[in-house]
Design a protein around this ligand. Sequence first.
Ligand code: FMN
Length: 203
Amino acid sequence: MSKKLFLALFSLVFLTTLPALAQSEFRQLPAPDTTGGKPLMQVLNERKSDRTFSEKPLSDETLGNLLWAAFGVNRPDGRRTAPTARNVQDIDIYVLMADGAWRYDAARHGLLRVSKKDLRNHLGSQAFARKAPVALVYTANKKRTPYSDMHAGSAYQNAGLFCASAGLHNVVRASMDKTALEQALGLADGQEALITQSVGWGD
Ligand SMILES: Cc1cc2nc3c(=O)[nH]c(=O)nc-3n(C[C@H](O)[C@H](O)[C@H](O)COP(=O)(O)O)c2cc1C
């Protein structure tokens, strides 16, 4: 085989397989239940932090409702369940579970795999954070807007209210191994883990 032919074949194989390799595994979540739940005043009355968790995983229905409540798309123009300054929509939510780590794709209401590893060991020293079946990690690039922390707060409050409605336990947590977690999630340059939230059923 000539050198030219070999290079042409090599480039063809390389260029056709590269995009396939780069494509992440996608996990579609069931459409959110946007009509259910307890009345708002009752939910506010029941909102609290609770640090006791069983290891029972969340169903995809419950996980989907949780993520949609936190920062899902709730209007045809793509706007979200939480407000953001100038509609910048700068928050990306990562989901840490026993089966790996995922990024919430709100537009498709599904999860994109970012790691096959259980990254809950990067959540700091509180042991319950490794036991809770789900940890949400709210991330943003603070160079895009000075309001990222506020946006994350709106989203974690939405998620916390959903938990109160669904009978789930949750606690917002600033404690984490920030650099290790950001590296393990493969966050882009400038993207930061701002805050986490452990979620699960009670023990
Ligand atoms: C920004 C923020 C960071 C927090 N970090 C932690 C944490 O690292 N670990 C923890 O156990 N609780 C953490 N909490 C939960 C608070 O301790 C809790 O909200 C507070 O004690 C009030 O209790 P309540 O949520 O039941 O009203 C945090 C809460 C917020 C809002």
